[in-house]
Ligand binder design. Sequence first.
Ligand SMILES: Cc1ncc(COP(=O)(O)O)c(C=O)c1O
Length: 385
Amino acid sequence: MRKKFLPYNLPDLGPEEEDAVIQTLRNHWITRGPLSEQFEAALASELGVPQVLALASCTAGMHLALLAQGIGPGDQVITTPMTFAASVNVIIHVGATPVMVDVEEETGNIDLAQVEQAITERTKVILPVHYAGQSVDMEYLNRLRDRYHLVIVEDAAHAIASRYQGQRIGSFGNITSFSFYATKNLTTGEGGAVVVPDPDLAEKIRVLSLHGMSRHAWKRYSEKGSWAYSIEDAGFKYNMTDLEAALGLAQLNKLDRMQARRRQIAEEYAQALGDLPVILPTEREYREHAWHLYPLRIKSEFLTISRDDFIEAMKAQNIGTSVHFIPIHLHPYYQQRYGLRRGQFPKAEKFFEQEVSLPLYPSMTDEDIHDVVHAVREIVLSHLA
Ligand SMILES: Cc1ncc(COP(=O)(O)O)c(C=O)c1O
């Protein structure tokens, strides 16, 4: 057994991030300013899109995307139960109604054939999640968008490095919101960014992200600035800070390296666990998985250990794991408000009941990987049905 606990997740932070943050502190401009703009430009170029807005979170990006397009009471937004609260809460915050559709058994992504059946005259938006970093079928999604004249807001919290048919997620002409939360493939501690293809809409979201103010503080307080400002809307305090952007720029510089290590770990897991009676995540055709998560699934038909006991057994081996996600319709708030109940989305429920996310992050050593493999093998092989 390992001597030291292996956390489920750790951000990959080193001298590059330390230097970037210290430099920012010494420059004395720590909230939104030149580095946030530099980060936006660097990210836009990385994704191959004309414009990106850096914000406080992925949640902020999705919220403003819905708000700026006038989505509100009476409108329906189709989304997945296999997600974090953020994807659904933003729909509720604008006064619209979330409509859940079950997931694909294999990927945990929203089932687009079922989405098509759920579209009504009140449907305005589809809000899919690229679960674990494996993209949904973008061709199918955009066909639905065009055929039914819908808005797509992609929850790309897991998908900063994902591709579909060789093309980066974020570059398919939809509003796409990324997360840079502490556990994500690229982190700024807290933070997010949203791709907004329409420049007028982007400007509206930019204004809404800082109290509806016409100009950011940096523009007002810098040498060329003027004190005047006007409030054009009742906006929010959703800006990124330059301290976060400094981290983001340092992380962006090493994204390829971090992704290569994630891929390597996923490949090592696949090789070392492939013979076990468990379900391993696979990379589907035409997709490049970002390997944000490694969702292993425990099949009760083949093992005498439950998912919950498997997690405890991993903990006893000093290895942290996590679960993604407790489906939305199993939480009391959504059940009480929307009459959702257990049994409604059987594939999401089954996925959840079987799922355990193994540690997967660039700073894991070869020994860490070996320890995870060893623990999983030992637990599984000692619980064969
Ligand atoms: C699928 C999904 N969507 C949205 C979010 C929210 O991201 P943020 O914390 O940047 O708002 C998360 C965060 O964990 C997530 O996993």
